[in-house]
Design a protein around this ligand. Structure first.
Ligand code: C5P
Length: 311
């Protein structure tokens, strides 16, 4: 077999809503969140070649020693009981550690692409994703989805309109474990409040979208007041909802039209923060992007994508 090549997109996510209920015996926190993919993406070039010895190369991954792309590749090769020479070229656009799930999405992209390029099925796909990180399983689906448990249990929700979204990332690094710790006693008690029901019935209506929340905002804004100022600015420019994503530092605002977003842009100067003007990506559009980038290697339009090299 000669080398097979694909260039895939790893889309970012925002949390339309994020409620942290309580700390569990395993030290993770029990969550209710609404995940949403957006058009901002990393690009990963993947070259796959059979080889007797496994050799993994990553270009453009920075100096992260335990990169999730390489861990995802190893978990696939172990599960498929195979060896290969794989070269990854990562073009990073999603800010790292900004609450946009960039590393998790890169990992999920590798988990989706390698079975297709190798022609070997990935039987433990969902389990491998959850082992790599709480946000990784969501990226096996994309679109709008409810995340429960530590976020790894994912249920599809009704598709969003293709609304324009503005994402701004101030150059502040928020540590996720610290953000969880700082929630401390502000957590909802284990006997769930009624407000949590909104997550079961999340629909794209003004009433539910404006009722979104993010439990990290209080603690994180207390530590970094500038984040609250940027959020207020998104709200003042007409974004509904405007929220922080994950544990920050990215903030997003959804607009009712591209014109409205365009008018808001001058309020967010690129010298002060990273600014991404994009749209929400539905599950349908997410799958279509995957089918397009793997088209020469897949057999039909199935989900997850099925390899044409399966034997
Ligand atoms: O699962 P992941 O490796 O992405 O989680 C990173 C860290 O975030 C965990 O080590 C934990 O401190 C915290 N976390 C949590 N509860 C969750 C998800 C993450 O406490 N549901």
């Amino acid at each position: 077999m000669s080398a097979r090549f694909a260039r895939v997109r790893a889309f970012a996510k925002i949390n339309l809503s994020l409620k942290v209920l309580y700390k569990r015996p395993d030290n993770y926190h029990e969550l209710r969140t609404v995940f949403q993919t957006v058009g901002l993406h990393d690009t990963i070039g993947i070259e796959y070649e059979n080889s007797r010895r496994t050799e993994l190369l990553l270009e453009g991954g920075g100096d992260v020693p335990d990169n999730l792309i390489l861990r995802a590749a190893r978990s696939f090769l172990d599960s498929a009981r195979t060896t290969a020479r794989i070269r990854f070229r990562l073009q990073k656009r999603i800010p790292m550690g900004g609450g946009l799930g960039g590393g998790s999405s890169d990992a999920a992209a590798v988990l989706l692409a390698l079975p297709v390029l190798s022609g070997k099925p990935f039987k433990e796909l969902a389990l491998a994703a959850a082992t790599l990180g709480s946000d990784v399983p969501f990226f096996l689906h994309g679109g709008t989805a409810l995340g429960v448990s530590r976020g790894e249990e994912v249920y599809p929700l009704p598709e969003p309109p293709r609304s324009p979204v503005l994402i701004v990332t101030p150059s502040v690094h928020v540590s996720t474990p610290e953000a969880y710790r700082s929630l401390g006693r502000c957590l909802t008690s284990p006997d769930f409040s009624n407000r949590i029901n909104i997550f079961q019935s999340f629909v794209w209506r003004e009433s539910s979208v404006s009722a979104t929340e993010n439990d990290f905002e209080g603690a994180v804004f207390g530590q970094y007041p500038e984040l609250r100022r940027w959020l207020r600015r998104l709200e003042a420019s007409g974004a509904r909802p405007a929220r922080m994503s994950g544990s920050g530092s990215s903030l997003f605002g959804i607009y009712s039209s591209r014109d409205e977003l365009r008018r808001a842009l001058p309020l967010f100067p690129q010298e002060k923060l990273r600014v991404f003007s994009t749209t929400l990506v539905s599950r349908r559009a997410y799958r279509a992007a995957w089918w397009r980038s793997l088209q020469e290697h897949i057999d039909g339009l199935t989900w997850p994508p099925r390899s044409r090299y399966l034997r």
